[in-house]
Each structure stands twice: as C-alpha cells, then as structure tokens.
Design a protein around this ligand. Sequence first.
Ligand code: KG4
Ligand code: ZN
Length: 337
Amino acid sequence: MLVFASETSCDETSICLMENENIMEHITFSQEIHKKHGGVVPELASRSHLEKIQIMTNELFSKEKIDPNEIDVFSATCGPGLIGSLLVGTTFTKSLAISFQKPFIPINHLEGHILSTSFNNNIKFPSLIVLLTGGHTQVYLMKNENHIELLGQSIDDAIGEAFDKTAKLIGLSYPGGAKIEIEAQGGDENRFILPKALVKEKNFDFSFSGIKTHVNILTKKNKIDKKFIKDLSACFQKNITEMLIEKLERGLKRLELDKQYVKSISVVGGVSNNKYIKNKIENFFVNKNIEIYYPVKEMMTDNAAMIAWACFKNYNINKHDIYFKPQPKLSVNNKLN
Ligand code: KG4
Ligand code: ZN
C-alpha cells in the first residue's frame, strides 16, 4: 500500500510517502521566519505552508519517480493546531485525493505522536504514553492498540512551551528547547532552586508556568552572561526532568492502587529528543520491569512520517472522510477506531 501524508499543524511543512510500513521518502521544511518574532506567527505560518507544500510535493513525486495515480490513500493532519496552517495542508491533500479519485483519511496530530512508537517497537500493553510537545503535555493509558484514555495533562504551559519561554527569557532564539539542552552541558545544575508545582499529587497533571515566572525574576536579579545562561539552562532542565519523573512515579502508584500495572512507557513528541531527559527516565525505570520506547528520530519532532504511519494503521477501519473539517482543538477519542 502506498500512502501520501502531509503535516502542517504548526510551523513545519512536512510530507511523506510510506510504502508498506517503510518510509520511502520524507521531507520536512522547518519555517525559519518565526525566529525574529520569538514565537510562531500564525498568519506567517499558513502563508509559508502555502508557498512550500506544492513545490515539495512535486519534488517528492519526481525524486521517487512516482505517478500519483499509484498512491492508494491520501492523509493529512486535521488538528489540533493552527487553523490557517491546518487548512492549507488538508485542502491541498484533499484536492490530491479528489483529483486521483482515492480515499482521504483525516489524522489527529496527537494520535500521530501517540502511535509513533509502534512503528519501531512491539508495544507491551497496558502502555503509558507520555506526550511531550510544544503544545501539549499529556499522559495516556493505552490498554490495547484501539483503546486509549487520557489520564492527565498540564493545566497551563506545555513542557516544550516552558523550554521555549525559558530560552527566550535568557536570550536564546526560538524554538529554544534543543538550545537549552546544549547550553546545559557543563552548567552548574545546582546553582538556582526552581519551583516544582503539583508534584506531590498522585495523578498525571502538571504545571509548568511557575518555573517561567521564577526564571523571569532570576533574569532581573542576575547579569545574563555566558555562565548564567549555562547554569540556568542546567538548573531548568534538571528541575523539569525531576518534575516529570516524580509525577510519573506518583501517577503510576495511583494506577497500581487500581490494579493497573503498566508494562511499557512511550515517550513521544519534540521534547523526547532531549537526551538528558531520556537518560534520567531510563535510569529511573531500570529494574522496574517497565520497557521504555521512543519514536525513531524522524518521528520525534513534527513530521508527516508519523501521520502516514497513523493513516496506515487506520486504513482498514474505514476512517475515510473527505468532508472532515480541520479542528484547532481536536482531541483524542477514547477509542482510536
Ligand atoms: O512535537 P513538536 O515538534 O511540536 C508540537 O507538536 O508542539 O515539539 C516541539 C517542541 C518545542 O517546544 C521544542 O523546543 C521542543 O519540542 N524540543 C526540545 C528539544 N527538541 C525539541 N525540548 C527540549 N530538548 C530538546 N532537545
Ligand atoms: Zn507535535
């Protein structure tokens, strides 16, 4: 089966051709235009998707010598995300489906992240999905491939957002998550004490906005020089990682009280690129009989490969819907099919 997928929920224009569980070709263009604004400007994002998506698709077809008539199904991210950006990707992909008289499958962006680890792992159920992106911090319980339940989420900023806002406060350009990880190397992670909200509660709810306020105060009290940037990045990264692990520990204890014994944890989304967080999670869960999974590198940050994979998984369950309208606040249904 040959799948074409597009992803345009935020500031990445991404397209992918997947043939029978293999990524045949995958191209992602990360919009640089937002850097000078310190965050994504929705109108600029949709215009940039519009400029790029057709050119990229033509390149993809000619590079792989694909006649679009050979494609079996077309799919696109239909939410959640920026409405203008979603409209560009879905309208473009739907028109391809109509032109070549093939089915169109709408894909939930979060479902793309959630299913991403099943591309390279045999998931052991029940499985916990820890979704760490720039827009969401959520924990789901996946009882089997088709049943998923939201257990908790951030009540304010998403974890990636906390990275990006902290980075901005100390003068690192957008998106600052990966830059914080680099600066943190060799920094003194014990120099500043940062707050930890909601960590004592036995659930999977998070709160990250207080750290940003505290960082803001520190930037007013200290000279923002090289050492400050390194030390603050290290303290921030350590603090947020500890918050995450403490919450996972407490939430899992709560699940055990309900006789739910998790066999694996998938850490997905852009923040799963962070090696410090990965190492700490792995060290914490070593000898606890819980397997830890990550997506392949190209399915971590926003990408169309995970959308193609989710489409592949949904193909046989009749999810075709050319009339599906993009939804900025689309959530994950309890049952994936
Ligand atoms: O999943 P993603 O690409 O987009 C959303 O769905 O939001 O996640 C993007 C987020 C950004 O906030 C970015 O700063 C963060 O992931 N990120 C990182 C790292 N790489 C990307 N955060 C911390 N450390 C990293 N290495
Ligand atoms: Zn994402």
